[in-house]
Design a protein around this ligand. Structure first.
Ligand code: PAF
Length: 282
């Protein structure tokens, strides 16, 4: 695996590969890689001639300075995992390389970002759209892979790709979970052993609500979720939403065959976790 730290070198390499007719798969990450990321890498390796993984803890998408400071950074361990998964390139730029001066471009995704993560993390999706646009320009992928755990991020990037005519295919990859049901996340590393015992209740909450939803009741689904989490006072629920899986707007009624997303965010101590479950109403 080749490691690249400058935009110029990464762009030159991508142009060379494209001229040689090679397809480029791209997995953008902020590092602290886990099995969920590695599944994305494996999918890209299987479907493309080369795979580029980027690791960049993007300062512009953090609305909480402490969360940015504490975000796990373990590039050496990450590089070993990527090498093992047959990743071809690791793009590892510095903050000065990606932002030589503060960016002034602003994105507005309208109602896509006024709900859930967008509502609770002001500026977050602006930072995501900014860095993903920059990375797409530098890496020039044919296919880019994103995990469904960040469902709203995926919807924002899909809109970005449409609006700015990025010539690439997006892949939404299913959530990878621990045996306990806990969605894999780089932030899980910050949980204490006690918090790790409780964290799987987030998925359990989604499953209980999904059952009620399949029985046809939005309000029962919401109360089942809230009632379940009341058994776990350590969990501070930030939001629980039942939304259209594509527009992410909250549902007021249920329709058969509709793709529905149950989404939540909650704090365990200082660690903020998100999870979701997408289902088709039968
Ligand atoms: O999902 C992430 O890890 C980040 O939001 C991304 C897409 C790499 C942009 O920094």
């Amino acid at each position: 695996m080749k490691q690249i730290t400058t935009i110029n070198e990464m762009r030159a390499e991508a142009e060379k590969l494209r001229l040689a007719g090679k397809t480029i798969g791209f997995v953008p990450t902020m590092g602290a890689l886990h099995e969920g990321h590695l599944e994305l890498i494996r999918a890209s390796v299987a479907e493309n001639d080369v795979t580029v993984c980027s690791i960049f803890v993007n300062p512009t998408q953090f609305n909480n300075a402490e969360d940015f400071r504490l975000y796990p950074r373990i590039e050496q361990e990450d590089a070993a995992l990527l090498e093992n998964a047959n990743c071809t390139y690791l793009f590892l730029p510095s903050a000065a390389e990606m932002y030589p001066a503060p960016a002034k471009t602003n994105f507005n995704f309208g109602e896509l970002e006024t709900v859930m993560e967008g509502a609770h993390r002001p500026g977050h999706f602006n930072g995501v759209a900014l860095i993903v646009s920059k990375l797409f320009h530098v890496v020039q992928p044919h296919k880019a892979y994103f995990g469904q755990k960040d469902l709203q991020q995926y919807a924002i990037i899909r809109q970005l790709v449409t609006d700015l005519n990025f010539n690439l295919k997006l892949v939404r990859f299913p959530i990878v979970r621990e045996a306990s049901g806990l969605a894999m996340s780089s932030r899980n590393r910050r949980l204490t052993p006690e918090q790790l015992q409780i964290a799987p209740q987030l998925y359990k909450t989604l499953c209980l609500a999904a059952e009620k939803l399949q029985n046809g009741s939005l309000s029962e689904a919401k109360s089942a979720a809230e009632a379940h989490l009341q058994n776990y006072p350590e969990v501070k629920l930030e939001y629980f939403e039942i939304a259209d899986a594509n527009t992410l707007q909250p549902l007021t009624e249920l329709k058969l065959e509709q793709e529905v997303a149950l989404c939540l965010a909650a704090f365990l101590g200082e660690v903020r976790l998100i999870d979701n479950l997408v289902l088709v109403l039968k």
